[in-house]
Design a binder for this molecule. Structure first.
Ligand code: PFF
Length: 454
């Protein structure tokens, strides 16, 4: 495809909302609260903020400038910027990571649709805590239902992708992101006004540094990468659709602020509600599917209408957040197949959706009927999660920062950051220093720790 024909976002707001849509997802509303719950509340949040500013934003800017300069899918981008070198494998690894993450992420995204149906039909009313555990276990191990929702979720993602960058991704983000903010604000307002909510607010605002150890730092860094969609060229692909006048630093800042704000506000929905009914919110991954429906029923026990609305809105919020992330994952792989193998966009998208349904079915079954079949002691779902989030993303992030800090011609970096000299670049030197030294060393640290070598 000629450079000039390349699809692009139509507005600056579209650029920010689509990129923020990729970042805001299950990572913010599901993973961030339970990580915060497990790691001592406010102290974890402060360290997380440090990781976002010091590592997340510089790497996001690096992904943006690689994508916009090359105006190509993430695999081709490295080939264009470093021809005939092995750097092209960084982009290819990103595409593979996108395919694998989309396959298992859509399984959990599909669960949100079951929970919306359950909430809409008032299925949570009158259930005991034990009932919530039993119904989650029977649902997630059922061979058919989760697969049905997985397929529906992937088809919804597919529908947006085939409409293209401007009419599909940008337009849907402009509808879904404001909807997400409105739902979040309503839910926060309800949650913080519950009787006894103060303890949850205190947990989020008063740091307890006695709980801080090495694992908290490492957990916060890993969370920052996953949550900001870094390390696999996702934002690099989106940046290839940015206009020449997009301010990359400002866009990264906006995406970082929106993503962090949504994560913290999700904490303000979950913790005050949980503390108000005396439930400790450190339940781990099952927090939003087992603990929370129970919390909502108890917290609004005298007000069944509020309990109903709160539950419906919460799971709609989760599904919308997941959808804006799955479209970004799908786009990484679709753009690659479309541009590298000269398939039409529709054909490329069908291939990606088909592959993800195929892998997704195995991931879903691996939590139920095929639980006994494991590799390295992990089910297929856990294996996909482990290899992508714990190996491929940190490795990709490290390679991207080394590539931009050491290999890439600095005139390209400066040209992209300053929009050819038209913007001031007060942080340019600091950015290069972080990309050269701080980020690669810090990520190497997470990586080694996650693999249990430290
Ligand atoms: N950032 C998304 C979330 O927080 O749920 C997950 C994600 C999307 C990770 C896209 C990586 C990615 F490329």
């Amino acid at each position: 495809m000629a450079k000039n024909d390349r699809a692009h976002f139509g507005s600056k707001l579209g650029v920010i909302l689509a990129s923020a849509g990729s970042a805001v997802g299950l990572g913010n509303i599901w993973r961030f609260p339970y990580e915060t719950g497990n790691h001592g509340g406010a102290a974890f949040i402060l360290i997380y903020l440090g990781c976002v500013v010091l590592l997340g934003l510089p790497i996001m800017i690096a992904e943006f400038l690689i994508g916009r300069h090359s105006r190509a899918n993430t695999a081709r981008a490295f080939q264009i910027l470093a021809p005939s070198t092995q750097w092209r494998w960084v982009g290819r690894m990103g595409v593979l990571a996108g395919l694998l993450i989309l396959s298992y992420y859509s399984v959990v995204a599909g669960w949100t649709l079951e929970y919306i149906t359950e909430a809409v039909t008032n299925g949570f009313a009158g259930k005991s805590p034990a009932d919530f555990i039993a119904s989650f276990q029977s649902f997630s191990s059922n061979p058919w239902k989760p697969i049905f929702w997985l397929i529906i979720f992937l088809l919804a993602t597919h529908y947006i992708i085939v409409r293209g960058v401007e009419k599909g991704i940008e337009k849907s983000s402009k509808i879904m992101m404001p909807m997400l903010f409105i739902i979040i604000l309503i839910l926060v307002a309800c949650s913080v006004t519950l009787p006894g909510a103060e303890k949850g607010i205190e947990f989020l605002l008063k740091p307890d540094f006695s709980k801080v150890d090495g694992s908290v730092f490492l957990g916060a860094m890993g969370q920052a990468f996953f949550s900001l969609s870094l390390g696999m060229g996702c934002l690099c692909t989106y940046a290839s659709y940015f206009g020449k006048d997009t301010n990359l630093t400002k866009t990264a800042l906006s995406v970082g602020v929106i993503d962090t704000l949504v994560a913290i506000l999700a904490g303000f929905i979950i913790f005050p509600a949980a503390f108000s009914v005396g439930i400790q919110p450190d339940a781990g991954p099952s927090l939003i599917f087992i603990t929370l429906p129970n919390v909502f029923q108890q917290a609004f026990s005298g007000m069944p209408v509020l309990a109903y609305l709160f539950s419906v809105m919460f799971y709609v919020l989760l599904a919308v957040a997941a959808l804006t992330s799955t479209i970004s994952l799908h786009e990484v792989v679709t753009a690659y197949l479309h541009e590298e193998f000269h398939l039409t966009r529709g054909k490329a998208a069908r291939l990606v959706t088909g592959c993800c349904i195929f892998f997704g079915i195995f991931c879903s079954l691996s939590l139920g009927v095929t639980k006994e079949y494991t590799l390295f002691g992990l089910s297929m779902f856990d294996l996909f999660d482990f290899t992508t989030a714990k190996i491929m993303l940190p490795l990709g992030g490290m390679c991207i920062s080394i590539f931009t800090g050491w290999h890439l011609n600095k005139s390209i970096v400066w040209e992209e950051i300053s929009n050819n000299g038209s913007l001031k670049t007060p942080f340019y030197k600091l950015l290069i220093f972080i990309l050269k030294f701080i980020a690669p060393i810090a990520i190497a640290f997470i990586f080694i720790h996650e693999l249990g070598l430290l």
